[in-house]
Design a protein around this ligand. Structure first.
Ligand code: AMP
Ligand code: MG
Length: 423
């Protein structure tokens, strides 16, 4: 069981007197209220890709670890000026992993290959293609050539003791190359955040039932749970399938009790508003600690944020489009904080709009969008939040800000590709 650190009881409290919370304020509130829940562990460097560093990491050795040749050629002691320089070629060769044992004196040269330790006496290397052999162990070349040319000096990339990464960095494959090259053998990383995913609603089709039941009984497939579970996995957290449950207090209570012992955070979908049928919000309100966040956002206004036995719960709207958008905009950075990654902001780009649209001021809108052949942003034909197909059609979200009332073709708009959400 991994009940690590705890959040304070008021971590989701919003300032009083606000009816609709602007997105930025909601994000700021999450950022202030949440902190790392997971503990750190030491792992061999080869197992750290995708993990989040818990401490700053420093280089153990220089990269390159020794001065070496950057090319295949001839090493000698520089500088070499002018035309027609001749050098006596010493027998032997320095190659990668096989150093040359002798000393190269002034007026002499030795064959060196890429990656070879520079032999004693050598500080400069001529490219093989720029050298001519004159027979009798003589080579000639055309200068000038700067001292040190075609060599890579020890530590020119990174010096031992230099800072490589700070805590909170999520290790990528290319980071692994740097860690290995600089002699780092172990790193401290946070244990993966355990995230439980729960669906709620009487209309959800029980696992294993087939679609004849859909129309007859008013059932829908549970789209949210697999989608949210795979988002969680993609973001590097450990997903726990908490199943789909009916809107029944008793079932929900038991589920939350069990889950709060098993996971660090619970994400539920459905029943998150403040109506009578919103069982998740109502139960947490009466028996746990709940804040109903009414966020000025489309799609997906209600967000139920609470604590159940000290375990944070993010209650997302049931609508799959709204659940997806709210997961990207709110859950991703919040989970990042809980997991030790710090607050992650998705990178957005200003692109030209390929459409006209009017918009209600005062709320933020996220439209499903993609970039057309001209490099401009087009939006899905319908903004209906039941349009699950729009999620697959799109390659990102257009972020229309609160003050905006109208978007005209050719105007710059903010586009956040799904890749900025690690998707
Ligand atoms: P709710 O937020 O519970 O009021 O649900 C809003 C809409 O989303 C309703 O039409 C639900 O049927 C639908 N919905 C809720 N949960 C899911 C789910 N897991 N998968 C697909 N649709 C859902
Ligand atoms: Mg419901």
């Amino acid at each position: 069981m991994n009940k690590n650190k705890r959040l304070p009881n008021d971590c989701f409290s919003l300032p009083r007197g606000i009816t609709w919370t602007p997105v930025d304020q909601a994000l700021e509130q999450l950022r202030k209220g949440l902190s790392t829940l997971t503990q750190s562990e030491r792992v061999p460097v080869n197992y750290c890709v995708g993990r989040v560093l818990a401490t700053t990491v420093y280089a153990i050795v220089n990269n390159p670890p020794f001065t070496n040749s950057a090319v295949d050629g001839y090493g000698f002691c520089g500088p070499a000026k002018g035309l027609g320089n001749r050098l006596e070629l010493m027998p032997g060769v320095a190659s990668a992993g096989n150093p040359f044992n002798g000393i190269v004196s002034q007026g002499s040269a030795v064959k060196v290959l890429t990656g070879a330790v520079l032999p004693d006496g050598v500080d400069t290397v001529f490219l093989k293609e720029d050298v001519e052999s004159e027979g009798n162990n003589l080579i000639s070349f055309t200068g000038p050539l700067k001292v040190g040319a075609n060599t890579r000096s020890s530590g020119e990339d990174v010096k031992a003791g230099e800072k490589l990464f700070t805590a909170g960095h999520k290790i990528r494959p290319q980071d692994l190359a740097l860690l290995i090259a600089t002699g780092v053998a172990f790193v401290d990383v946070y244990s993966p955040l355990k995230v439980g995913i729960l669906s709620t609603g009487n209309e959800l089709l029980d696992d294993g039932l087939e679609y004849p039941y859909l129309e007859k009984k008013g059932k829908v497939f549970d789209s949210n749970r697999p989608m949210l579970l795979s988002l969680i996995k993609r973001w590097g957290f450990q997903g726990f399938d908490l199943g789909a449950i009916r809107d029944e207090k008793k079932l929900l209570r038991k589920k939350l009790n069990d889950a709060s012992l098993q996971v660090d955070v619970i994400i539920s979908s459905g029943g998150a508003s403040s109506g009578d049928e919103d069982y998740v919000a109502n139960l947490i309100k009466s028996e746990g600690k709940l804040e109903n966040w009414r966020i000025a956002i489309k799609p997906g206004r209600p967000l139920a944020l609470g604590l159940w036995n000290g375990t944070p719960i993010f209650g997302l709207p049931g609508n799959p489009v709204a659940a997806f958008v709210c997961a990207l905009i709110f859950a991703r950075p919040a989970l990042g904080l809980l997991a030790g990654r710090g607050w992650v902001k998705p990178a957005g780009y200003n692109v030209m709009s390929a459409f006209d649209k009017t918009k209600k001021p005062g709320r933020r809108e996220y439209l499903r969008a993609r970039i057309n052949e001209d490099g401009n942003a087009e939006i899905f034909s319908s903004e209906g939040s039941g349009r699950i197909s729009s999620l697959s059609w799109s390659s990102g979200l257009l972020e229309l800000f609160e003050h905006e009332e109208k978007v005209s073709e050719g105007q710059l708009v903010r586009y956040i590709p799904y890749s900025s959400f690690d998707l």
